[in-house]
Write a protein that binds this ligand. Sequence first.
Ligand SMILES: [Zn+2]
Length: 464
Amino acid sequence: MELKLYDTLTKQKQPFRPLDPKNVRMYVCGPTVYDFAHIGNARPVIVFDVVFRLLRHVYGENHVTYVRNITDVDDKINARALRDFPDLPLNDAIRRVTEKTAAQFHADVAALGCLKPTFEPRATEFVLPRTDGKTDMVTLITQLIARGHAYEAGGEVLFDTASMPDYGLLSGRKLEDQQAGARIAVDAHKKNPADFVLWKQSSDDEPGWDSPWGRGRPGWHIECSAMSAAYLGEVFDIHGGGLDLIFPHHENEIAQSRCAHGTHTMANIWMHNGFLQVEGEKMSKSLGNFVTINELLRDWPGEVLRLNMLKTHYRSPIDWTLKGLEESAKTLDDWYEVAADSKGEVASGAVLEALSDDLNTPQVVASLHGLRNAAASGDAKQREAFAASLRLLGFLSDSAAGWKAKKQQASGIDAAQVNSLLSDRAAARARKDFKESDRIRDELAAMGVVIKDSKEGTTWEIAR
Ligand SMILES: [Zn+2]
């Protein structure tokens, strides 16, 4: 079985051949920590978690290095710090914002069933040269200037895009088009409108580091060039992120890294996940359909969000709907019932094959439905393969009972209260007070609880 991945740079699916099978290396751009992550932010986290799990499966758990950074220096962070903690010194206020937001992000993505990356560097720790000699931003910028790829102007250090003949390969934007199409007034100090900031000066009320170019702070793109090189080297296997990062962020990461190191490539495969809409509309704060992971986790267990995400292929746009969530929740209820107590260890070949075909998760889900049916009709071997496949994908982290409890908790329904109402209802039925038993049933229905009477007794579940 050969792993094939679609590469944004060559625009084709290609066989994945790691530079070093003993150390397969992947970098994914992480969050800028100033606010709750929204469900669109969850998409790359889940998608690349599945890539990470698949690589670990193929090459061994100890032979994959996954780096996802935290951007903790950004003008949006400064603004939030000033708004939320106006009485604190700026650096303290910034730390409060970034620590709180990063902790929230970690809790959110853990609930989504995502493994921790191998390393999670924070940008602020890679600005200045380090005692451990790992790549830092100031050194990279110095190299770019020395090699004639960057220049100082107007209090900034800028990347000289004209110095790189094949700038724009990833996004397919030619430098000439950008010059002709530049609608924004060109900053007078730029040689070229496409030139971008590597370093900018900080005023006294902005965070800053002392550098050869005065007290300032890095541009966003240089962060990822430094942190990827620090942990993965000058050239590595996979670089990932959302489609919206192709330009300018990834294009500029490539320019910086290749020109600073003198390499022909930065990463061998560039993977990008597609956009996410909510109920058919672009998510935005002004439309009022801006959904955070945190809000969704109040109503749904994380694995429901995870399955709902993986039902769509990662490169396709996804329409995030309540209906989809309801279906995903139903599917998982059923899968938990069939597989949760199985200890299977060998994942299904069909599931692995679909995953190896550029992460064809819709096909994976179809295979899982097939396995589920075989398992439910008594095929013990298929049941084990079903359970093992689900675990490989980051599902079944609970027991069947734990799952039920989690769903009740997520729905805000108090199981003890339901059980007490059910015993009142049983008592009413026993004394043939059907009016009262119907009233209790209606009360439960109003709470979102559906009851089923059978010969074995009464069971209940949460209506969706
Ligand atoms: Zn990045």
